[in-house]
Design a protein around this ligand. Structure first.
Ligand SMILES: [Zn+2]
Ligand SMILES: [Zn+2]
Ligand SMILES: [Zn+2]
Length: 543
C-alpha cells in the first residue's frame, strides 16, 4: 500500500508498507510529498525498502524526513543512520517537529531543489555529506565492525558501501581531499591500521615464511651455546638419547647458565632446510588473495571527523560537485578566480602587453521551456577535457572557457573562428549529457573597446545570449565519447592525473601491470594510497 496523507502541519507524508518502485512511478512525483513513513514491522523488509527509498540515493526522497515503525528502534543496524525517527503515528509531536526542522534547515541551506541523479561515487559522497549537514550530524565517528571490509566504518558510509555505491579507495580519496580543503577536520585519533595494498581490505592473514623459498612450512627451535667450545647450533644437534651433548666437542651439557645457554631462537624451513633468525612476515588478503610483504601494507590513520563551518558552506554550495570532480582537471578554476583571471587578461590586453583577442566561450543547456538548467558535472568534466589548454569554469548555469586567440600568420579572424569551431565540436561531443527536450548551446564573448569596458565585459559573463551561435538538440542515440569508461564512476576515471599515476605504478612494479578494468581501477587507487602512506607514516620500515 502506498498513499499520501497530510500531517497536522499540512505537510504531505508518503506512507508505504512494502517495496515499491517509487523512482519509476509517474503517480508519485517528487514534489507531491514532503516526508516519508515506512510502516512495516519487519526489520528485513524495512531494510529492503530502504535500499531504494532513502534520503540519500533516492531522487524523489532526497534529504526528506524519513520515519519507520517504532518497534524497529535499535534493530536497524547501519540503516539507522538514514532514519529520522521511529514512530507509530505521523502526528506524534516529535515527528511533527522533526519534519519542520528538516524542511526549514534545507531551506536555510538552499538545498531545497531536486538533486541530479547520482552517476559517480563523488556525487554520492556530496549527497551523503549534505544529508548529514541538514541533520546537523557533523561528527563522523568510525566504529569497529566485525565483517566490515575496512575494519573501522562510519555507519552511514558503510551502508552505501554495502549497497555497492562506491569502492573503498574512493571514499579514502574523498575524505582525504575534504580534509586537505579544510572541509573536514580530525577531532580524535582512534587507531592506525594496515590495509591490503591491492584492494584496501582489512581482512589479512599474517604468515611467517622462509625468506629463501617463501614457504610457510617452517619450525622454530632454540639455539644452544656451549660455553666451553663456543659451539652455537640448534638444539636438535645436541640431542643425544634424551640428553644434551655438544656436537662439536662431545661433552655432556649439565647446567644452563653454567656450561651453556639458549641465546636465540632460529627458524628452519622444512622445505628447503634453510635456517634463519627472522621469518619473513607476509600478509595474505582474504579478499583479493594477494600476498604482500607487511612493509607494503597501506597504513591508514583512523580518525573521528567533523564537518567544519567552511565545509558546510562549501558542500552546500552548488559548485561543490564540480570542484570535487574537476580537481583532477588542472584547467578548472573556481568562478571568482576565473573572473579575476579575465580581469587581469583584459588589463594586459588594454595596456598592450598581450596580443590576440581575449575570448570567453559559454556553454549552457536549456530545457523544453527554454529555461537554463543547472550545471552538470559531466558536462564540465567533458569541457575540461576538450579544452585542456584553456581555463574552464562554471557558474550561473553556464560553463565557461577562456581563450586568448592569436594567429601568428596575422589572420586574427581565423583564430577567433577556430575557437568557435572548437566550441561547436565541444557541444556535439557533450550532447550525450542532454535529457529529452533539452538543447545544448554555445556563444562566445570577445573583449573589445578600451579599459573602461572591463566591468561591463565581466558583468556580461553572468548572462546567456538569447540567440546562441550554435546548438544541438537532445538525441537519444548520442554517445559518450568516453562511453567505454562509463561502467564505474566515469568522471573520476576520465581524469588524466589518475592515468598518469597508474603509469607511474607500472614503471615501479612492472610485474603488476593491470590486465583488466577492475585491476586498473584498483591500481590507480593504490597509487593514491601509496601517496597517503608516504605522507602519513612508515611504521614497518622504521625498524
Ligand atoms: Zn662444545
Ligand atoms: Zn625454505
Ligand atoms: Zn586484498
Amino acid at each position: 500500500m502506498i498513499t499520501i496523507q497530510n500531517n497536522n502541519n499540512e505537510r504531505r507524508i508518503l506512507l508505504l508498507d512494502s517495496q515499491f518502485n517509487l523512482e519509476e512511478s509517474p503517480d508519485f512525483p517528487e514534489y507531491l510529498f514532503d516526508a516519508v513513513f515506512i510502516f512495516n514491522e519487519s526489520v528485513e523488509q524495512t531494510q529492503n525498502i530502504l535500499n531504494d527509498i532513502n534520503p540519500i540515493t533516492s531522487q524523489k526522497c532526497c534529504y526528506k524526513p524519513l520515519f519507520v515503525a517504532r518497534s524497529l528502534e535499535g534493530k536497524m543496524g547501519d540503516y539507522a543512520s538514514v532514519i529520522d525517527g521511529y514512530i507509530d503515528d505521523w502526528n506524534d509531536k516529535d515527528a511533527l517537529n522533526k519534519v519542520e526542522d528538516i524542511i526549514n534547515r534545507r531551506n536555510e541551506l538552499g538545498l531545497n531543489t531536486p538533486e541530479e541523479k547520482i552517476l559517480s561515487s563523488n556525487q554520492l559522497f556530496v549527497r551523503l555529506t549534505r544529508f548529514l549537514i541538514i541533520r546537523n550530524n557533523l561528527i563522523m565517528h568510525p566504529v569497529l565492525e566485525n565483517g566490515s571490509s575496512s575494519g573501522y566504518v562510519i555507519p552511514i558510509y558503510n551502508l552505501f558501501y554495502k549497497l555497492g555505491w562506491y569502492k573503498l579507495s574512493e571514499s579514502f580519496v574523498f575524505v582525504q581531499s575534504m580534509v586537505e580543503k579544510g572541509y573536514f577536520r580530525t577531532t580524535q585519533f582512534l587507531n592506525r591500521i594496515y590495509l591490503c595494498p591491492k584492494c584496501q581490505h582489512s581482512h589479512l592473514l599474517y604468515i611467517e615464511s622462509c625468506p629463501k623459498c617463501n614457504n610457510s612450512m617452517i619450525h622454530s627451535e632454540e639455539v644452544i651455546h656451549h660455553f666451553r667450545c663456543a659451539n652455537i647450533t640448534p638444539e636438535h644437534t645436541y640431542n643425544f638419547g634424551g640428553q644434551l651433548r655438544c656436537p662439536k666437542c662431545h661433552q655432556m651439557l649439565h647446567h644452563i647458565g653454567v656450561d651453556y645457554d639458549r641465546p636465540a631462537t632460529v627458524f628452519t624451513c622444512d622445505v628447503c632446510n634453510n635456517s634463519f633468525l627472522q621469518a619473513k612476515m607476509q600478509a595474505l588478503c582474504s579478499n583479493c588473495q594477494s600476498v604482500s610483504d607487511v612493509k607494503s601494507l597501506v597504513p591508514i590513520n583512523v580518525y573521528v571527523y567533523e564537518i567544519t563551518k567552511e565545509g558546510i558552506y562549501a558542500i552546500t554550495s552548488l559548485n561543490i560537485g564540480f570542484s570535487i570532480y574537476t580537481e583532477f582537471h588542472d584547467n578548472f578554476l573556481e568562478f571568482n578566480r576565473f573572473v579575476n583571471r579575465i580581469r587581469l587578461l583584459a588589463e594586459q590586453k588594454f595596456s598592450g602587453r598581450i596580443l590576440g583577442d581575449v575570448l570567453v566561450g559559454k556553454i549552457w543547456i536549456i530545457d523544453s521551456t527554454s529555461a537554463t538548467v543547472r550545471n552538470r558535472a559531466e558536462l564540465l568534466a567533458q569541457v575540461c577535457q576538450y579544452f585542456p589548454n584553456n581555463k574552464v569554469s562554471a557558474a550561473n548555469n553556464i560553463t565557461y572557457i577562456n581563450a586568448i586567440a592569436t594567429d601568428y600568420k596575422g589572420d586574427q579572424e581565423q583564430a577567433v573562428l577556430d575557437f568557435q569551431i572548437m566550441l561547436s565540436e565541444a557541444i556535439r561531443a557533450a550532447a550525450y549529457v542532454l535529457r529529452p527536450g533539452e538543447k545544448i548551446c554555445y556563444t562566445y564573448m570577445k573583449l573589445e573597446g578600451n579599459g573602461s569596458n572591463i566591468d561591463d565585459f565581466l558583468n556580461d559573463l553572468n548572462f546567456v545570449a538569447t540567440n546562441p551561435d550554435d546548438s544541438v538538440d537532445y538525441d537519444p542515440n548520442a554517445i559518450n565519447p568516453n562511453g567505454d569508461r562509463q561502467v564505474d564512476s566515469p568522471l573520476l576515471k576520465d581524469d588524466g592525473t589518475v592515468e598518469t599515476e597508474i603509469e607511474a605504478i607500472d614503471l615501479n612494479k612492472p610485474a603488476e601491470v593491470p590486465n583488466d578494468t577492475e585491476d586498473t581501477q584498483e591500481s590507480g587507487n593504490t597509487s593514491f594510497l601509496n601517496k597517503v602512506k608516504d605522507s602519513i607514516c612508515h611504521i614497518f620500515s622504521s625498524h
